[in-house]
Design a binder for this molecule. Structure first.
Ligand code: SAM
Length: 205
């Protein structure tokens, strides 16, 4: 892992992803999370203040140790016990059917083999488990899509693997999920190429 990914990118993410509108999306995405919780792409721990009061412990996966280093500060302030694991979401050393809730926020854009990661998420969910997500991705507007496709090669470099043009709905549905809830919207203060959101809850189909 290069110096940019380990030291600079986590600090950028910690700043950019702390905006008021992102906090609002985190609050609504996590409102019903309960039981045994797994968070994939934990980043710098920005979801921690927004878990419902009933959540006392979570297990997390993120392959970037630079993210984990910043996350430790959030963890210390959170009152939630966090089992912080440096792991690639494409291969989780976790038993099948282990979690009631799996959480993923603004991460499916960056995982190289995102289909494999979604299969892992589904595998570790209990039969009645729920997958809570808020992600940016491919827009509904052809004009925005055109720019998303054009700018993704550059964004992958700046954003440490991030794609603007992933169809999050299709990617999730293709791995054997059905949607209990799915909202699409543009985040108001974000550039439209990065601001088309998919927020919802998916269960095993
Ligand atoms: C834009 S950040 C979002 C961080 C956090 N989820 C949040 O909402 O603030 C994307 C995160 O995905 C993580 N990530 C990238 N590849 C991954 C993988 N293969 N498995 C799990 N997480 C990954 C990155 O390390 C980074 O922390």
């Amino acid at each position: 892992m290069g110096l940019y990914s380990k030291y600079i990118f986590p600090r950028m993410i910690n700043l950019i992803m702390s905006s008021g509108q992102m906090k609002k999306a985190r609050v609504s995405a996590l409102a019903n999370v309960s039981g045994d919780v797994f968070e994939i792409g934990f980043g710098t721990g920005l979801n921690l203040p927004h878990y419902p009061a009933g959540v006392k412990k979570i297990v997390t996966a993120d392959p970037n140790p630079g993210m984990a280093q910043l996350a430790r500060r959030q963890i210390a302030e959170s009152g939630i016990e966090v089992d912080l694991r440096i792991l690639n979401g494409e291969s989780l050393p976790i038993e099948d059917n282990s979690f009631d809730s799996v959480v993923c926020t603004w991460t499916l854009c960056s995982i190289p083999n995102v289909g494999q990661a979604l299969r892992e998420i589904r595998r570790i969910m209990r039969p009645e488990g729920r997958f809570y997500f808020v992600e940016h991705g491919l827009a509904d507007d052809p004009g925005v899509r055109k720019w998303q496709n054009r700018l993704t090669p550059l964004q992958r470099k700046i954003g440490d693997g991030c794609h603007f043009n992933r169809n999050i709905k299709e990617l999730i549905a293709d791995q054997g999920f059905r949607f209990e809830k799915l909202d699409n919207f543009y985040m108001k203060k974000a550039p439209r190429v990065a601001g088309y959101m998919y927020q919802g809850i998916a269960v095993k189909a």
